[in-house]
Design a protein around this ligand. Structure first.
Ligand code: GAL
Length: 739
């Protein structure tokens, strides 16, 4: 467009915005009942899709499936560390193309809730904060601290400006009807004291000053200052009330399942319970609710938080990790959304009148003029019958019946009517590509490898007395930090020596004289590692090489940014001659940040001296493996099954598909044989996969694959057999119907 035309178009748009608001620019406001678009109250159904947890190629389909599922709004966080990995250097390409994502949502005719934060939580590395932020002198996160506030404001303003430049706010004709500042600060603000209180006031006024033209929310923030809308997050929010009668009752996170951790069983949430929670919310005056997540997706690369958040972020969401609708969850919720929308005119007209219909039975009636809608709930755990307006209604336990005309039940949340499909993984043997292009049965010869040196191998290593904290040392440039020590024993050393290591986490491998002697790992509940490893020392020089590793940085809690990781000690040798113990903690250790293979860029597969003789090392710690493979044919989503491998990270054509850890098995107990949806849900109520690896299948987005030749590179930490790796495709299976 020529400059003059651009200016003309701009003026025209501006003119239309001012003078013809309903057609082009929406005026978003709120009152006690609801959000208002151009003065009209609306009932909204929203769902979370985090754009970096899928690929741009997947976005249109995910958004369409959301629309088909009855959503009006797509909610996403903005992930600061993804967009500004180095201070002042921005990345908004590929999976980080936020503008494109927002535009695609708009193109589908849906609205956007942009949760800028910029603290996200979200089981995302470091809660979304860039690591460089931690190194700004004098900084204290999420409190009344000038350096922090300056950075938070700069990034928030940057995002707001970006959206404005593209006319993406509803006030400009775009899809964004809401923005969020901070995230659940009210849950953890106590230890921040008075400074936390003033920080929230500052955050509210800073956000307001950015003039987005649309309302801001603060979730889980009972003291959210006006005009911020304080909203609810949880498995149920029907009992929630905002902090002012002038604000609507909104639910920003209705957890559709729960996240998976390495070492944990797989959580799921029955759709009958979700539907019950949603219906109860609208029954009790709510007008906006958001599924967290509607599509969870994948923690590619090193984006997962934690520690110990798995690479899959499936979340048991209505759309599964691979982009396939999950039935009957998706379909039943779609039916529910239709039923709620049939009540919209009544819902926005008035507050409900709530009456008891008996023990655990409750009616809410929205009646105004000629419209009338009713919700009849049984919040008890046994089935019941209720009389309402002279009619008798069967009310199954833990359910809500929706009557858009106050008479006829169009839906009961416990009765699933939607036709149901299943989807399942079909294993395919890994077709390895010979140079000649043929597919091979025996794969050993098609793998090549490089051994990662044990201990110090890079010339940027450094020595220091004492043990260092890991995150301050690596700045999260790598998961890995070597702690190395060489120690001399002049005479006999006892055969029963024990190496005792205490670490803040998250896992470690101990090598004595070049051999793996033992490992230790924390878990999602307690990241700390405390191990006693029996070792054999020799007379003379001994090397102790400790590889400490992080598995996603802490993303939640008061002062979570300072919790730390790594071997901070003590490290001792117990049971030496005469039973003595020596403390090695304050010795002079040599440190190496990251791996040699990382520095060399082995993950691309295109550099490095790869060995390809026939003696492929198996079950050898610290090994890089590489192969070429043919993509499974068709368009079904693809996963790699890492059964047989230990722990590490994998790259397909240079793109990291995330950390793999199929050897981390969930506890044997805690999984109920069946999960009764009746009664209050909690994140540990319904678990499956006990005693099994938490995650064996890892998503490889189709768009990262070429039809013919692809490179797979793995870094294996603890030892595995890459020839056992297989592919799976996810296919939609048989049609069955619930009655
Ligand atoms: C909430 C938080 C989300 C996410 C969720 C659990 O507390 O706001 O970002 O972490 O918990 O999945």
């Amino acid at each position: 467009m020529r400059e003059a035309t651009k200016i003309l178009v701009f003026h025209l748009v501006w003119f239309l915005c001012i003078h013809v608001p309903p057609m082009f620019c929406a005026n978003v406001t709120y009152d006690h009942r609801a959000l208002l678009i151009d003065g009209k109250r609306r009932v909204f159904i929203s769902g979370s899709i985090h754009y970096p947890r899928s690929t741009p190629q997947m976005w249109p389909d995910l958004i369409q499936k959301s629309k088909d599922g009855g959503l009006d709004v797509i909610e996403t966080y903005v992930f600061w560390n993804f967009h500004e990995p180095v201070r002042g250097q921005y990345y908004f390409e590929g999976r980080g193309d936020l503008v494109n994502f927002v535009k695609l949502v708009a193109a589908a005719g849906l609205y956007v809730h942009l949760r800028i934060g910029p603290y996200a939580c979200a089981e995302w590395n470091y809660g979304g904060f860039p690591l460089w932020l931690h190194f700004i002198p004098g900084i204290k996160f999420r409190t009344d601290n000038e350096p922090f506030k300056a950075e938070m404001q700069r990034f928030t303003a940057k995002i707001v400006d970006m959206m404005k430049q593209e006319n993406l706010y509803a006030s400009q004709g775009g899809p964004i009807i809401l923005s969020q500042i901070e995230n659940e600060y009210g849950n953890i603000d106590k230890p921040y004291g008075a400074a936390g209180k003033s920080y929230i006031k500052w955050a509210a006024s800073m956000a307001t000053s950015l003039n987005t033209g649309v309302p801001w929310v603060m979730c889980q923030q009972p003291d959210a200052p006006d005009p911020m809308i304080n909203t609810c997050n949880g498995f149920y929010c029907d009992q929630f009330t905002p902090n002012s009668n002038a604000k609507p009752k909104m639910w920003t996170e209705n957890w559709s399942g729960w996240f998976l951790s390495f070492g944990g069983a797989m959580p799921y949430r029955p759709v009958e319970d979700i539907a019950f929670a949603v219906a109860r919310f609208y029954q009790r005056g709510g007008t906006f609710q958001n599924y967290y997540m509607y599509h969870g997706g994948t923690n590619f690369g090193r984006t997962s938080g934690g520690p110990f958040i798995s690479t899959s972020y499936d979340y048991d969401a209505p759309i599964d990790e691979y982009g396939i609708i999950r039935q009957p969850k998706w379909g039943h919720l779609r039916d529910l959304h239709k039923a709620i929308k049939l009540c919209e005119e009544a819902l926005i007209a008035t507050d409900p009148t709530i009456t008891s219909l008996g023990s655990n039975l409750e009616a809410a009636v929205y009646k105004s003029g000629t419209v009338c809608a009713a919700f009849l709930a049984n919040i008890g755990t046994s089935d019941s019958t209720a009389n309402f307006n002279g009619n008798s209604y069967q009310l199954p336990a833990w359910s809500v019946s929706i009557l858009p005309d106050c008479k006829n039940v169009v839906l009961n949340t416990a009765k699933i009517n939607s036709a149901s499909t299943t989807s399942s993984f079909i294993t395919q043997s890994l077709k390895l590509k010979e140079d000649g292009g043929g597919a091979l049965e025996d794969s050993s010869s098609e793998w090549s490898w490089i051994s990662e040196p044990i201990g110090i191998s890079k010339n940027d290593s450094f020595s220091k007395f004492g043990l260092v904290e890991q995150i301050n040392t690596t700045a999260d440039k790598s998961d890995y930090l070597w702690y190395s020590l060489s120690i001399d024993f002049e005479d006999d050393v006892s055969a029963q020596t024990v190496l005792h290591i205490e670490s803040l986490g998250h896992a470690l491998h101990a090598f004595i004289n070049g051999k793996l002697a033992g490992s230790g790992k924390g878990n999602s509940g307690n990241a700390k590692v405390n191990v006693d490893i029996p070792i054999t020392l020799v007379a003379g020089k001994n090397t102790i090489d400790l590889l400490s590793l992080t598995v996603g940085l802490q993303n939640y809690g008061s002062f979570f940014d300072t919790w730390g990781a790594g071997i901070t000690g003590p490290v001792t040798l117990k049971g030496l001659k005469n039973g003595t113990t020596i403390d090695l903690s304050s010795q002079q250790w040599t440190y190496q940040i990251g791996l040699q293979g990382e520095d060399l860029g082995l993950s691309s597969g295109s550099v490095g001296q790869w060995n390809s003789q026939s003696n492929l090392p198996k079950n050898q710690p610290l090994t890089w493996y590489k192969t070429n493979f043919v993509a499974p044919s068709g368009n079904d989503p693809v996963a790699i099954d890492f059964t047989g491998m230990g722990k590490g990270e994998a790259w397909v054509n240079g793109q990291s598909i995330g950390r793999f850890w199929p050897t981390y098995v969930s506890p044997n107990s805690g999984c109920a044989t069946s999960c009764n949806y009746r009664g209050s849900y909690s994140s540990s109520k319904c678990l499956k996969n006990c005693g099994k690896p938490s995650q064996t299948l890892y998503h490889v987005p189709r768009s990262w694959l070429q039809t013919d030749s692809n490179t797979l590179v793995l870094f294996e930490e603890s030892g595995g057999d890459p020839t056992q790796i297989s592919f799976a495709t996810k296919q939609i299976g048989s049609l069955c119907s619930h009655v």
